[in-house]
Design a protein around this ligand. Structure first.
Ligand code: MG
Length: 454
């Protein structure tokens, strides 16, 4: 049977793969799964085709007797929070997150606010491909689409409610927000205003063309924001992805810090803040070993997981962990909601800065210093799996994590070799305590991957 859902919902180029016809059929399948009479909240990011896909989805859902409420444009985490807090039976978000502008997509949210697990996606796919939809009788239609006006406000209230807003306000911070011309612009400035923070925005107007930068926060796409942050003399800068569930921070010196670095600082802070919570955090294997080096001596256990935020969220909830995060800027704080949330992460970072009374750069300087290298080798999936076997063999006896690719952990270095889930390449990520070491390790691994000996 075919598959619709990738690692993070259904994605495709608008009007080529991601068509209104697909959205209509998918809406019908989701509606059949949820059942007639259920209440579903739909929303979208700023992408082109958002309104069109929401309309088609809503038509499919309504045809199955679902009551549809439209929250309009908002960040994915705002929709997730509203689904849980306002008691919806589910949610559907029209977004392609960090993909290039020509993409759009659809994410299904469960009643608890977390993306549905793979088993539910498979059930929806089965209904879709076997055409097992169950339209209701003409008397069973639940009327038109209703507006949900409270979602964004509820979300902002939720974030402001879990941080020490008086202490943050007392520091007179200023922050530069770069929401990539998308929905982060609708929430983060409202949160910051409530926290008494002076707010500047770059790429702060909504524009589906993403004229300011690509929707993915990367070191290069955030470079202009880093320069502007320094020029304005702000205390902190933040760049969101297209649906504002990921936040990448820029310190007051203009240095961009990846999500495993901010995640580590925030995890250590949460352990202090919530002393009655289990001291256990979850992160993907693509995160740096600095996570363990920093958190282990503080008595915090690090659970390494496959790359993918949904599994991290669900495990975090099951095991009542402290928090979870990803190297790409996703951070999950269950005290607010156990899913990635850009604006909530920003508020927490400001609380950390205000509690420690330290500039962002000083906080990040507390982390162990590593030199990173990231590279990729074009390779079919089959060849990549063979290459992984060779790597595993070559480093037998070393500490290794093999739940997703092969991660080798030495005294002063680590290297992860992992086939990409979306393109025919083998990714190599490595870090070491010196530049020479990391270059040597990557060369060594490359040789093994391409068929040579260690
Ligand atoms: Mg995203």
């Amino acid at each position: 049977m075919g598959r619709l859902f990738g690692t993070d919902g259904v994605r495709g180029v608008l009007n080529v793969e991601m068509t209104p016809q697909l959205a209509l059929r998918l809406g019908s399948a989701i509606g059949t799964y949820l059942g007639a009479g259920s209440q579903v909240l739909v929303g979208r990011d700023a992408r082109s085709g958002g309104e069109m896909l929401v309309s088609a989805l809503a038509a499919g859902l309504m045809s199955m007797g679902v009551r549809v409420w439209n929250a309009g444009m908002l960040p994915t985490p705002a929709l997730q929070y509203a689904v849980r807090e306002l008691g919806y039976d589910g949610g559907v978000m029209v977004t392609a997150s960090h993909n290039p502008p020509e993409y759009n997509g659809i994410k299904v949210i469960a009643a608890d606010g977390i993306e549905v697990p793979r088993s539910v996606e498979a059930e929806i796919e089965a209904i879709f491909f076997e055409n097992r939809v169950r339209p209701v009788d003409w008397r069973g239609l639940a009327g038109g689409v209703r507006r949900e006006e409270k979602a964004l406000e509820k979300y902002v209230d939720g974030i402001v409610g879990i941080v020490d807003k008086d202490r943050i306000a007392s520091r007179n911070y200023s922050v530069l927000v770069d929401p990539a011309n998308s929905v982060g612009a609708l929430a983060a400035p409202l949160v910051l205003r409530r926290l008494g923070v002076k707010t500047y925005t770059l790429n702060g107007h909504i524009d589906p063309g993403f004229p300011g930068r690509e929707p993915e926060p990367t070191t290069s796409s955030l470079m202009p924001s880093a320069r502007v942050a320094v020029a304005l003399g702000v205390n902190l800068g933040v760049g969101f992805d297209g649906d504002a569930d990921r936040a990448i921070f820029i310190d007051e010196k203009g240095r961009i810090h990846w999500g495993d670095r901010s995640g580590t600082l925030l995890a250590a802070y949460l352990a202090e803040k919530h002393r009655d919570y289990p001291r256990r955090i979850y992160t993907g294997v693509s995160s740096s070993m600095l996570v363990e080096e920093y958190l282990k001596p503080r008595g915090i256990q690090v659970v390494w997981m496959k790359v993918g935020s949904v599994d991290i969220s669900r495990r975090l909830v099951e095991e009542k962990g402290l928090c979870g995060f990803e190297e790409n800027g996703g951070f999950m704080n269950p005290a607010h909601q156990p899913v990635r949330d850009g604006s909530a992460t920003l508020a927490l970072m400001l609380e950390l800065m205000s509690e420690e009374h330290l500039p962002a750069s000083a906080l990040f300087n507390q982390l162990p210093k590593y030199y990173p290298v990231k590279t990729k080798i074009p390779m079919s999936r089959e060849k990549a799996l063979e290459a992984l076997e060779r790597v595993r063999e070559a480093y037998k006896g070393e500490r290794m994590i093999t739940i997703d690719g092969v991660k080798i952990i030495g005294e002063d270095y680590w290297v992860l070799v992992r086939p990409s889930g979306t393109e025919p390449v083998l990714r190599i990520m490595a870090e070491a305590k010196s530049r020479e070491k990391v270059e040597r390790i990557v060369e060594e691994v490359k040789k093994i991957v391409l068929g040579g000996a260690r």
